[in-house]
Design a protein around this ligand. Structure first.
Ligand code: ADP
Ligand code: ADP
Length: 220
């Protein structure tokens, strides 16, 4: 069953299509990679799915079981998240939970659960300014998960990290995909191959290749 389908989704800036008639289907319960070089239109696509920017043309259809406020069903980690360094990790996640509309009690419970899921329970009372890149990224993932969305969208979740940080996040994504659907962007084929089930390859605003990982590996 698909979670989101787009039909001829298009975003133009000054007449140029950053995303050009993209029709894709995101399956539920799997990890999907949007793979492509810088400037391909990945961030713009993700921002349209989250509702942060409006398409110029085309449609986005959500599975009707998840109709309503899109933010409730989607968790998002932008490529360059703003972390408030003066907050502790715990404050940051519970603040995000309250912004997502959780009650104080539910926010606290969920914050505990997600910090432990991403392996930050021991560092939860430290200020975010002292976190490593990998820790910040794990915190960003905890924040994206805190309202238990159907789909988590991660924009280039490993591209800014050193090899150790990359490894941490890729392993975490493998765990996460057992609990929730994931859509992430990357410019690294190997990352897409390692964690995703479905891959969409994007170039110059268009999807040029799509399919299941094993199917693509046989074909190319
Ligand atoms: P990717 O995430 O694959 O690197 P982007 O979606 O960020 O690609 O960008 C796709 C294209 O759209 C690029 O050429 C980029 O410069 C352009 N673009 C993105 N956002 C804007 C914007 N707000 N205004 C003008 N051009 C933009
Ligand atoms: P990515 O690394 O995913 O391509 P960018 O660095 O291109 O991301 O984009 C970062 C931010 O700048 C995004 O909000 C994007 O919409 C905006 N942006 C990108 N290209 C342009 C552009 N040519 N003009 C204005 N804004 C842009």
């Amino acid at each position: 069953m698909s979670l989101i389908e787009t039909a001829r989704l298009t975003k133009k800036y000054n007449g140029n299509a950053a995303v050009d008639t993209v029709s894709l289907s995101i399956r539920e319960g799997v990890c999907t990679a949007l793979l492509g070089p810088n400037g391909a239109g990945k961030t713009t696509t993700l921002n349209m799915l989250t509702g942060l920017i409006k398409p110029t043309e085309g449609e986005i259809d959500f599975n009707k079981n998840y109709a309503g406020d899109r933010r409730k069903h989607i968790g998002y980690l932008p490529q360059y998240p703003k972390f408030y360094g003066w907050m502790t990790g715990e404050e940051y996640v519970s603040f995000s939970a309250e912004l997502a509309g959780l009650s104080k009690k539910k926010a606290k419970e969920s914050t505990n659960k997600m910090l432990s899921l991403v392996g930050l329970e021991e560092d939860r009372r430290k200020k975010v300014s002292g976190y490593s890149g990998g820790m910040k990224q794990r915190l960003g993932i905890a924040q994206a998960l805190v309202h238990e969305p159907k789909l988590v969208i991660l924009d280039e979740p490993v591209s800014a990290l050193d090899p150790i940080g990359r490894r941490e996040i890729l392993e975490l994504m493998k765990t996460l995909k057992q609990h929730t659907s994931i859509l992430f962007s990357t410019h690294v084929l190997h990352d897409a191959e390692e964690v995703s089930d479905d891959i969409f390859i994007m170039k110059k605003g268009k999807i040029i290749i799509e399919g299941g990982l094993s199917e693509l590996q046989q074909k190319y």
